[in-house]
Ligand binder design. Sequence first.
Ligand code: S3P
Length: 441
Amino acid sequence: MTSDNSLSSTPSSSLKGTVKVPGDKSISHRSLMFGALAIGKTNVFGMLEGEDVLATAKAMRALGAHVERDDQGVWHIEGRGIGGLCEPEDVLDMGNSGTSARLLMGILGSHPITTFMTGDASLRKRPMGRVANPLAEMGTQVHCRSGQRLPLMVQGAETPMPIRYKLPMASAQVKSCILLAGLNTPGETTVIETEHTRDHTELMLRHFGAEVRVTQTEEGRETTIVGQPELKAADVHVPSDPSSAAFPTVAALINEGSELRLPGIGMNPHRNGIYITLKEMGADITLENERTEAGEPVADLVVRASKLKGITVPAERAPSMIDEYPILAIAASFAEGKTIMEGLGELRVKESDRLSAVANGLKACGVTCEEGDDYLIVEGSPTDVKGGGTITTHFDHRIAMSFLVMGMAAKEPVKVLDADAIDTSFPDFAKLMNGLGAQIG
Ligand code: S3P
């Protein structure tokens, strides 16, 4: 990393080897939160130790849970039981992590304590009304800065009320926030979604002993949590993150002669849209040793360099690959023909406005693209991606990694500003990619 926190990626030869991708971010956050609400000691194996997850760990300690990491890298959490968290003495700083902020707001919403919460410049711009509004219906008082942004104060309800809530947008964070508020609420709390988002909350709550029912009705997919269960500590084996694995996967696909093996990647069907899409584009990706670990489907991936072709990615696939559009746009740049990506409205409220960050980055690297309100069209060219751009990441880890992958196969190096943002989800990204044959520095 240079003194200005930039990284550059220069054209590399083929990538070869085995990559151990770090643990799944979504599952790591939840293991800390649910462990803190359970009775007994939860052991977590393969925890992602990125900045986002460390922010959650710090917050759970501030709320009274005992959280420690041993020398073997196993995390141990001694919980306080549902309703047992105590008021933190200071403001909780959630850093860059929307998942930490929104899920924790749900947990705090049904604890009769007052908490102040903030985050970094990117998180302070992100909308919190989407969780503050349903929490208000449950009796929680959330006072936000203007525009329903952080910093904010959560005053948990003394006597929370269960709700039935239809999600206005496809968001696992909002769904999880409400279900977690429902944990310390008498009765049954139900969330209805018309688009199926990731279900790590539901799977892990069951793993800890909660009753979670899922039914399909005319209104959509209804998920109901039965309030005030006793959560019992349970060990969690965190699979490798399919979102992080998408970066070495695309790097291998677009660098001639590459072959990578990625063991133990989470293949939850509500997270694997990128792999389905890449295969439709002609990618040579094989799944080996498909298995289930702690309720989550897992497989070893074998990826070989491939000739990709442009396709139309349907809008309904967006929830299962919402974090992967930046790296898909890079794959699309190296594909023959047009790739059309639809249903991308939610990309505008991620760690950055990812739709415009991607479009601007592509243009800076000589790739023709069209940015619509909620779509992106990329004109690919397998042998003619110029590169050479300097990318403004807006402190977004996925924008940074995506364009470093582009620099590996473009004609000219790509420079990425604020590359330290990568530490939020994939701390050793550059080292690991360089070990496979990349040139990032
Ligand atoms: C996440 C849900 C998604 C995703 C985020 C992690 C989660 O956000 O973008 O990186 O762990 O629940 P939304 O729920 O806002 O789509």
